[in-house]
Write a protein that binds this ligand. Structure first.
Ligand code: ADP
Ligand code: DP6
Ligand code: CO
Length: 354
């Protein structure tokens, strides 16, 4: 007789930071050197879909990421998440004898991103949020998004913010244990639902330096980074929260662009330097400046994660103007991935974490 298979499927969204997380103060627990703030995008466009299953017939904890097989036990980040979730399930099984002892079974996890992986579009954020949530639900853990975000953070820092919708802060916390280093919703999506994002793919290729190793080199070598963490980010976090609270797009946009620029300046100040932006990325910075100059006010804001691909924030009321210009650029200039959907226009979203 075939063994029973327990199974659960979830999807998780990408989030794009407007105040960037870059730097770990504790690599083991994945605690950041600074707080960060992001906007969660709609899963209608960019998403990770993950199915977690377990069965007596499975021999090893295994992940299939976009069809490529990976042994979970050889990845510290994946196994930390699995261990915590499995021991929570064990706790439930001890309390309630009627529960099937599925914590003793091996896991098979199948995950697919419908956007470029490891290319600076936050695949680790959506990926670890989905991984954590899929296994937690398979195990029937009655956890809040905050509890899930504490686990997801240990897989990838940015993932803790993908467990919430709308405008989300990851507060760095003070405790050595990391217990207070969690994501919190600053405002729900309904607070400012007019926010839109254009994703412009310059290259879908895997980045040369992963976010994890890039930020560790920055912490080790950049003096500019030390100044950013101590003197700049704390005030910027407050100013960004205030801009969101007041629906002040101009301030939101200026902070977003300057924070992206400073993050990439820290990458350049790393030794050896890290180059995530390319000529195509720099060209889009100029295009956005031109869009704003022609409008006579700031109607669009670029930001780049650890990769060359552009994310442009704008409000629905300026959607036709901003998108038409970006479409024209991607059609007429070299350097953009040739696709019907470049740029992709994305709404922001509520999450979906129940
Ligand atoms: P990105 O800018 O895309 O977040 P990172 O360098 O931060 O790039 O992380 C990329 C890594 O995240 C991948 O190499 C993989 O290990 C992990 N990852 C991406 N997507 C998933 C997923 N769906 N499930 C599990 N892990 C994932
Ligand atoms: C530039 O969360 O991918 O996207 O914690 O090592 O997995 P790890 O790093 P990751 O870093 C994200 C860096 C960033 C900025 C951000 O999302 O805040
Ligand atoms: Co990442």
């Amino acid at each position: 007789m075939a063994e029973k298979v327990y199974q659960c499927t979830v999807s998780a969204p990408v989030n794009i930071a407007v105040i960037k997380y870059w730097g770990k103060r504790d690599v083991g627990l994945n605690l950041p050197t600074n707080s960060s703030l992001s906007v969660t995008l709609s899963q209608d466009d960019l998403r990770t879909v993950t199915t977690a299953s377990c069965s007596k017939s499975f021999e090893k904890d295994t992940l299939w990421l976009n069809g490529h097989v990976e042994d979970i036990s050889t990845s510290k980040r994946l196994s930390v998440c699995v261990e915590e979730l499995r021991s929570a399930r064990q706790g439930l099984e001890k309390e309630d004898d009627s529960l099937d002892k599925i914590s003793q079974l091996k896991l098979h996890v199948v995950s697919k991103n419908n956007f470029p992986t490891a290319a600076g579009l936050a695949s680790s954020a959506a990926g670890y949020a989905a991984f954590t949530e899929a296994v937690a639900r398979l195990y029937g853990l009655p956890w809040t998004p905050t509890q899930l975000s504490r686990i997801a953070r240990q897989g990838s820092g940015s993932a803790c913010r993908s467990l919430f919708g709308g405008y989300v802060a990851w507060e760095m916390g003070e405790l050595h244990s990391g217990a207070d280093s969690v994501a919190v919703q600053v405002e729900p999506v309904e607070h400012w639902p007019e926010m839109r994002v254009a994703i412009m793919v310059a290259s879908a290729a895997k980045k040369g330096v992963s976010s994890t190793s890039g930020m560790q080199s920055t912490v080790a070598s950049s003096t500019l980074f030390q100044k950013r963490v101590k003197n700049i980010v704390p005030e910027r976090m407050q100013a960004m929260k205030q801009a969101i609270r007041k629906h002040d797009f101009e301030t939101f946009a200026k902070l977003t662009m300057t924070d992206s620029n400073q993050f990439h300046a820290c990458c350049l100040d790393t030794f050896p330097p890290i180059f995530y932006l390319n000529d195509t990325s720099r060209a889009i910075i100029r295009v956005v400046e031109n869009i704003n100059a022609a409008a006579g006010k700031t109607v669009a804001a670029y930001t780049f994660d650890a990769g060359p691909n552009a994310v442009v924030y704008f409000l629905e009321e300026n959607s036709a103007y901003v998108l038409d210009t970006l479409y024209a650029v991607s059609r007429n200039a070299q350097g953009w991935e040739d696709s019907e959907r470049n740029p992709t226009s994305v709404k922001i979203d509520d999450v979906a974490s129940e």
